[in-house]
Every structure is written in structure tokens, then in C-alpha cells.
Design a protein around this ligand. Structure first.
Ligand SMILES: [Zn+2]
Length: 435
């Protein structure tokens, strides 16, 4: 008999994307490993084995046995696009939008992202951490075990650094892992109004050299929480009225020079050519894609760049048009799902809610939605070889559902389908109280 620390038994079905050396593309997104009456063995922080219960009970001598009473088990969710760190609220703007003002009109009038910039600049580190921590707590409760977090509400060196400090300290404090992205080019701050090129100069010449180095320092000083070789990203909001394709290219090429991997916000409101730029620069992911044209969708589908779709955003804006995820998958692309958690367009911490929207509004199947919220999402932040699947050697991050059928993640919505959350082999949240 082999030793293991934990044997999870009486799993109605264990469901996961199969491990693969890159994100799952096209038809492969719907291929799942599905084991009925399963067990899962954990040794230390990693999965030792998954398989039929009877087989694993014969194979392992566990220190602890957990009987999950005929519930389904899936990988912990990975949220690869969030703006979870901010201060303040924008409920008033939501009310204006419901009354007919557009998101871009509100932004042009100094609201939108810039009002959150004002509140985030005014908040000290502890206030920013307290407000963000409440959201991280909800993310964990809804089964998210790893999340990307962007800066971009500081928009000057000192405040972007404060945001990175907050992300770093929250990563150490909370049970979920955080992956930081520098998004200095989230908006043109009011002190550079009418002169976006001068702000791009500041991002390229002042912030990237300083913060790129700081990200690296954080990474090596805290190898316990930030894994070795962790991907660190630079992102740009490439959109009319924000940053054009040439400004975006300038920032991302500079970021690449500092060793950062790349992400882009593109085509949320208008197609601008940012998708082609993402593919050309070998970006890890390109995100939003609500208005991307057919030619660029085909180019993207044939590339290694992952399409991160964010159905919470059109839903949050009350729009009826969603990213063409169905088309991207049919073209052979790799799609990941994220919340886009932010105070303007999508204040929602729940990945199951994104899966419920993805199936209805973008015609993804429940199987595709699971792959998109786990393994493909892990690849979208550079960690697909260690998280996002239930397989030997993978980090033991998993979610026990209330239900016996994983499809309830998409079928039911608006309530929490999670019974318990395990991170690195340890139960970090127990919502059902029955074991
Ligand atoms: Zn975003």
C-alpha cells in the first residue's frame, strides 16, 4: 500500500479536462475525463492519483479519509482576468447607465475608470487591502483557487506600486493564489488629458523599468507564495478613446523587453485591430473580443494566443451582444472564461455565474465551459502545467459541489453550487458543514 495524506472518497463523479501540453483547442474543449464513483488521493500539496474508488482504496493507506457523500468534484476555478483590487463604489453610474447613458460617455465625462482611480489613489494600502480582501473571500467561497489581478487604478508610479504591494500582500494572506498583471495603460489619467502619448512615455520610460523590476523582486523574495518561474504580465486597454494600436504596440514591446508576458483588452466596444497585434506579439491571451471581426477570429483561432471571454461584462452593461465564443471554438480556437471583476461593468466574483452565462449567451456546452474555467484559464495565466486539472502531479486545488452532477454548475445559477474548497490539499472553505 502507498502512503497518502488524504483520500477523498464517495465522489459521485470526478470531472476534469485531461492534462495537455497546451490549452485545449476547438473540439478538444468538450473532451472531459469523467470518473463515476471516484476517489482522489493527495500527498502534500499535490494530487497523487485519481480513479475509481475501489481501486484507490486498495492502492492507498491514507492518513485522513474524507467522504463527500456522493457529490461531484471538479478542479478549483481559475479566474484569469480580474481588476479585483480597487477602492470605492460606482452604484450611481450603474443607475445612470440604466437610465440610458453609455459606458464610454460616462468615461469621457471623467467618470468610469477615472472615478475609481481617484478613490484608489485616495485609499491607503490598508484600506485598499481591506476592500479587496472582502472580494477575494467571496471568490474563494465560489470556488476560485487562483486569480489574476491587474493594477490600473493607480495610473502613476507611486499608486501603481501601491496596487502591486497590495496584491503581493493579499497573496500571502489569502488561501487563493494571485498572479499580478501591470495595467498602467488602463486609461489616460486626468493630468494627461488630451496628451495620451505623453502618458505612454511615462508608462514606457518611468513605470515599466521600475515596476517590471519590482515584480521580479517580489517574485524571488517570496518564492513560497509566488511560484518560481511565475508568469507576470503586462496588459493594455486597446480601445477607441483609450489607447490605439500603435500606443499599445509601443507599451507591449517595451514590456516584452522587461521580460513580462503579454495580455490585451481588445474590441470591447469597437474593433481596432488589437487582436492581430496580440497574435503578432505572441501574447499569452487576448481578452473581451466582443466586436472582433471574422478574419481576426480565424487568425486568433489558428494561433497559440488564448481568447479570454468575459460574459459578465455585456451582462453587467445590460447589452445583448456577447463575444463569439461558439465561433472561436468551431474555428479551432482555445477559449477561457473570466469574471472581469471590476466596479464599472462586472462586479461579480462567481466563476459558476460566468459558466451559466457562457452556456446561454455564447452557446458553449457545459463541458466547454468547465474547460474554459479551469485548464484553459490556467494556461491563460501561464500555469496550465500545474493547476486547472485533476491529475497526478497537479496542485491539489479542487472544489466539491453541492450536487452530484457537474452540469449543475451551468444549469443552476444565482446561488452558490460549492460545498467545499480545497487549496494545495487543504480544506480552506467548508460551506455545507456536513463532513
Ligand atoms: Zn478588464
Amino acid at each position: 500500500m502507498e502512503h497518502c495524506d488524504l483520500l477523498v472518497v464517495n465522489i459521485a463523479e470526478l470531472v476534469t479536462a485531461p492534462v495537455s501540453t497546451q490549452a485545449r483547442h476547438g473540439l478538444a474543449m468538450s473532451e472531459l475525463v469523467q470518473i463515476k464513483d471516484a476517489a482522489l488521493a493527495v500527498e502534500g500539496e499535490r494530487i497523487a492519483a485519481v480513479g475509481p474508488r475501489r481501486q484507490l482504496e486498495k492502492q492507498f493507506q491514507p492518513v485522513e479519509i474524507v467522504d463527500v457523500k456522493a457529490r461531484a468534484v471538479v478542479p478549483g476555478f481559475v479566474d484569469p482576468h480580474t481588476h479585483a483590487a480597487w477602492a470605492g463604489i460606482r452604484a450611481g453610474e450603474f443607475e445612470q447607465r440604466i437610465a440610458g447613458a453609455s459606458y464610454m460617455e460616462i468615461m469621457a465625462a471623467g467618470g468610469g475608470i477615472l472615478s475609481t482611480v481617484q478613490a484608489t489613489r485616495a485609499a491607503d494600502l490598508s484600506q485598499l487591502m481591506a476592500e479587496t480582501g472582502a472580494r477575494l473571500e467571496r471568490m474563494l467561497t465560489y470556488g476560485t483557487t487562483t486569480a489574476e489581478i491587474k493594477t490600473g487604478y493607480g495610473l502613476d508610479l507611486a499608486n501603481e506600486r501601491k496596487m502591486l504591494d497590495a496584491i503581493h500582500m493579499l497573496d500571502a494572506q489569502y488561501d487563493l493564489d494571485l498572479v499580478p498583471t501591470f495595467l498602467g495603460a488602463h486609461a489616460v489619467p486626468s493630468e494627461y488629458k488630451g496628451n495620451p502619448d505623453a502618458y505612454v512615455d511615462s508608462v514606457v520610460e518611468e513605470m515599466l523599468p521600475d515596476l517590471g523590476t519590482m515584480i521580479y523582486t517580489v517574485n524571488t523574495e517570496t518564492a513560497g507564495s509566488y511560484r518560481q518561474g511565475a508568469a507576470q504580465f503586462c496588459d493594455v486597454f486597446c480601445e477607441r478613446g483609450v489607447f490605439d494600436v500603435e500606443q499599445t504596440r509601443r507599451i507591449l514591446e517595451a514590456a516584452k523587453g522587461h521580460g513580462l508576458a503579454l495580455k490585451l483588452h481588445v474590441d470591447e466596444f469597437e474593433p481596432m485591430g488589437g487582436t492581430s497585434l496580440a497574435v503578432e506579439l505572441g501574447a499569452t491571451s487576448v481578452d473581451h473580443l466582443v466586436r472582433t471581426g471574422d478574419k481576426e477570429l480565424q487568425l486568433l483561432a489558428g494561433s497559440a494566443t488564448i481568447a479570454v471571454v468575459l460574459p459578465g461584462t455585456p451582462f453587467g452593461l445590460g447589452q445583448s451582444h456577447y463575444a463569439p465564443a461558439r465561433k472561436l471554438i468551431d474555428y479551432g480556437g482555445a477559449v477561457a472564461l473570466a469574471t472581469d471583476l471590476n466596479p464599472g461593468t462586472s462586479w461579480c466574483e462567481s466563476m459558476p455565474m460566468m459558466m451559466a452565462l457562457a452556456t446561454r449567451m455564447m452557446r458553449m456546452t457545459p463541458a466547454e465551459a468547465l474547460t474554459a474555467a479551469t485548464l484553459n484559464a490556467a494556461y491563460a495565466i501561464g500555469f496550465g502545467r500545474s493547476i486547472g486539472a485533476l491529475a497526478p502531479g497537479y496542485q491539489a486545488d479542487f472544489v466539491i459541489l453541492e450536487s452530484a452532477d457537474y452540469r449543475d454548475l451551468t444549469y443552476r445559477y444565482g446561488t452558490n453550487p460549492v460545498a467545499a474548497v480545497y487549496k494545495k490539499g487543504r480544506r480552506v472553505r467548508n460551506l455545507c458543514g456536513s463532513y
